[in-house]
Design a protein around this ligand. Structure first.
Ligand code: R5P
Length: 318
């Protein structure tokens, strides 16, 4: 069997998700490069790479998750340090790319922050980007450097096949914007698709949740890229149960889970929320009665190995 590290790979981790970084290192049989990533008293970020990286193929492991701005700044400064240390190639590995939801002007005089963040990463000195389940595929075009967008769906499909009777499953998109993503997963398990259509009929009236598709007596699997406040998910689960669904589960790539999201989901009608470790799960997530985490460590590790050896990454998803 070929070695997973071709001998040239270096892995440098920020502080956003050390557990995932260690697991990626274990997959690649490569210890994390010794580096100091710390704060000065005024909270400025300071970085020192403690090993020689001259001429090496360096992968910086950092999700721009909460606290998003600190973690983004760590990523930029690590990249700068590596560039000045003569790394031959630097890949920003962002299992979760924060700011992705700000991908268009939502009104006059508003920013496109996802584009700004992409510019910052490239200008800091990254030569490539490796990420997972981007909020919108087109965000790849915000980067003027090669960008690989991995998918957690094969992991989810494997888990679903192991746990459910596929004959009574319906995959559900919690909103119209997520239909392509949900349809992709439904196809892989040969299940029907339903869609939740949220509509505010008149101003100042609450939203009506219409379910398009048959869910009566079905086990429903909600599919989305991000769970943040949990509002979308909890409302969708309620609408499905109201329409006669037997049980509702959710498979969501990025567990942002801000504020009271964990408590909201724990208290909801959702049987189980399955997320990945693209964002480091908090203690509350780890002990929650209806949450489970699938690891993307081997998927990302494999993609890093293939990138370094100039092998196909897309064939991981054939
Ligand atoms: C929106 O377009 C995303 O795909 C998610 O549906 C959204 O970010 C979920 O947010 P929340 O959990 O706060 O409802």
């Amino acid at each position: 069997m070929r070695a997973r590290n071709n001998g040239n790979i270096k892995l440098v981790a920020g502080n956003s998700n050390r557990a995932l970084a260690e697991a990626i290192g274990a997959y690649l049989e490569t210890p994390l490069t010794k580096a100091i990533v710390r704060r000065f008293a005024d909270m400025e970020v300071f970085v020192e790479i403690e090993e020689n990286v001259r001429g090496r193929d360096v992968f910086v492991l950092q999700s721009t998750s909460f606290p998003a701005n600190d973690h983004l700044m760590e990523l930029l400064i690590i990249i700068d340090a590596l560039r000045r240390a003569s790394a031959s190639r630097i890949t920003a590995v962002m299992p979760y790319f924060g700011y992705a939801r700000q991908d268009r002007k939502v009104g006059p005089r508003t920013p496109i922050s996802a584009k700004l963040v992409a510019n910052l990463i490239a200008h800091a000195g990254a030569n490539r980007v490796l990420t997972l389940d981007l909020h919108a595929g087109q965000i790849q075009g915000f980067f003027d450097i090669p960008t690989d967008n991995l998918y957690a769906s094969p992991l989810m499909v494997r888990d679903i096949k192991e746990r459910f009777d596929l004959r009574s499953l319906t995959v559900v998109s919690p909103d119209v914007g997520g239909v392509a993503r949900a349809r992709g997963l439904a196809k892989r398990i040969d299940a029907p698709l339903a869609i939740i259509d949220k509509r505010r009929e008149r101003p100042n009236e609450s939203e009506v949740m219409n379910v398009i598709g048959e869910v009566t007596g079905q086990t429903c699997i909600l599919v989305d890229d991000i769970v943040d406040s949990g509002g979308t998910l909890v409302n969708a689960a309620e609408a499905l149960i109201e329409k006669g669904a037997k049980d509702v589960y959710a498979y969501i790539s990025h567990g942002v889970l801000s504020g009271g999201a964990v408590a909201r989901i724990t208290a909801s009608k959702l049987k189980e929320l399955v997320i990945t470790d693209s964002i480091q799960p908090t203690e509350a997530v780890r002990v929650a009665r209806n949450m489970r985490v699938l690891s993307v460590a081997s998927l990302i590790g494999e993609a890093i190995g293939r990138t370094s050896s100039e092998e196909s990454v897309s064939s991981l998803f054939d």
